[in-house]
Ligand binder design. Structure first.
Ligand SMILES: Cc1cc2nc3c(=O)[nH]c(=O)nc-3n(C[C@H](O)[C@H](O)[C@H](O)COP(=O)(O)OP(=O)(O)OC[C@H]3O[C@@H](n4cnc5c(N)ncnc54)[C@H](O)[C@@H]3O)c2cc1C
Length: 407
């Protein structure tokens, strides 16, 4: 067998970490460069955890599902008056971005993962990629005055997310397409809710369908990972239409006056925006859902985008996860897709006996198809809810899944 490649990975979130672990296991020499200077914290709040998101932890990491996921037994749609519009038995597993990140990170050798290190450039020559590194945006003043360090590798995997600087460099014509809506997100400790509300929301993925909008609520692990009932967090995701232009600009401009392109982190939304959202919750939502929304201490906003790339491979450089296809969250499959990209890459490298160009060529065909299918499915669900008025409780297309509803 040939020597497996040296791999650099730009971005150390769920996609970058899973790729690092599966490529390391396949025999690659792996380095991850993450621009955030502190271990990533509390980002993205809750996630529905599909099999592929959990595969590494469960199959190779020694974790049990119950170590990292809460689970619910029902899908339930509430009417405005709190009565049940529709319900079905369905088991979902929910986790938090934090729990998955921390668990994956613990399985990677510490020396392979460099925080506070931004990939600022790359170039390929004679079968080697030279990656230029900077100190990251939160670095102390004065850092980075020395010549930029570089890393050499045989393969650069860009897992740098929805705002991917690598994509912007490789495919400048690809522009994120704003969906026309944002997600208001937040979490509230179960114990801060009234007992009745905690009981209703504690064992279900709870929806409410509104005109041109819908909201989902589900339990996730506490920040310290605890899954004990009462300690958990209740996670909210409320899709709200906000027109492009001045309305979106106003919402996405935080209390510090900075206009964020994709997400306003916890604590950054203006007082007026938070007050308006909480008032809308009281006016429009079923009481238990409204209580959870109004009690979430630091709601945050993510603008929802479609991103589709025509290629994922550029010589010995590839895009994975949200850096390639960022899809609306309605299949809850973003982290699973990012993980699937990494698993498939490791598989193709092994099958191609470490021949990087051959492996990437086979990999790209499959992962482009996966990204396109998922994007189309999520776009259809989002449009049916937010614009077409055809989003129906109990529609089997709403079951989360990476390869199709429920898969
Ligand atoms: C409202 C909403 C709800 C969602 N719900 C779910 C859900 O229930 N289930 C689910 O699976 N997914 C969900 N997602 C999607 C999920 O969050 C993303 O698909 C997933 O985080 C993508 O992972 P990634 O590793 O590709 O990118 P990201 O998580 O965005 O990570 C990119 C990383 O790259 C780093 N970086 C960027 N540039 C550089 C650079 N130049 N150098 C070094 N590092 C860099 C960033 O700091 C970041 O850590 C949701 C998304 C939204 C918006």
């Amino acid at each position: 067998m040939s020597r497996m490649p040296r791999v650099s990975i730009a971005g150390g979130s769920v996609g970058g970490l899973t790729a690092a672990l599966v490529l390391r296991d396949a025999g690659c020499d792996v380095r991850v460069f993450e621009r955030s200077s502190t271990a990533l914290q509390a980002r993205g709040a809750g996630i529905a955890a599909l099999d592929t998101t959990l595969d590494y932890l469960l199959k190779r990491g020694g974790f049990q599902v119950t170590d990292v996921c809460s689970s619910t037994g029902w899908i339930r749609f509430l009417n405005r008056d709190g009565s049940v519009q529709y319900e079905q038995r369905h088991r979902y597993r929910f986790s938090s971005w934090n729990t998955i990140y921390r668990s994956l990170l613990g399985l990677l050798d510490a020396g392979c993962y460099r925080l506070g290190t931004e990939v600022t450039g790359f170039a390929e020559q004679h079968g080697t990629v030279t990656v230029t590194l900077g100190p990251g945006p939160q670095a102390a003043p004065g850092a980075g005055r020395h010549p930029s360090p570089q890393a050499e590798c045989d393969l650069l995997v860009c897992a740098d997310g929805v705002g991917s600087p690598a994509r912007a460099r490789l495919l400048p014509a690809v522009r994120p397409a704003y969906s026309g809506y944002v997600a208001w997100r937040g979490t509230v400790p179960e114990q801060d809710l009234s007992p009745g509300t905690a009981k209703i929301l504690g064992d279900a993925l709870t929806y409410q369908v509104l005109p041109d909008s819908h909201i989902l609520v589900y339990p996730i692990p506490a920040l310290d990972g605890s899954l004990t009932e009462g300690d958990r967090l209740i996670n909210i995701v409320w899709y709200v239409n906000v027109a492009q232009g001045a309305p979106l600009d106003t919402l996405m401009t935080g209390r510090d006056g900075v206009r964020r392109p994709v997400s306003l982190p916890p604590g950054a939304a203006t007082e007026a925006a938070v007050t308006g959202m909480r008032q809308a919750a009281r006016d429009q939502l079923a009481e238990p859902i409204a209580e959870a929304v109004a009690s979430a201490p630091e709601p945050f906003v993510q603008a929802v985008y479609d991103i589709e790339v025509p290629r994922m491979v550029f010589g010995r450089i590839c895009l994975i996860g949200d850096a390639a296809f960022a899809v609306r969250p309605h299949a809850a499959a973003g982290t699973a897709k990012a993980a699937a990209d990494g698993w498939a890459l490791a598989g193709e490298l092994t099958a191609a006996d470490a021949d990087v160009p051959a492996a990437l060529a086979a990999w790209e065909q499959r992962q482009l198809a996966l990204g396109r299918d998922l994007l189309a499915r999520c776009r259809e669900i989002g449009d049916s809810s937010q614009f077409l008025g055809t989003f129906r409780p109990g529609d089997p297309r709403l079951i989360f899944g990476l390869y199709g509803p429920g898969h």
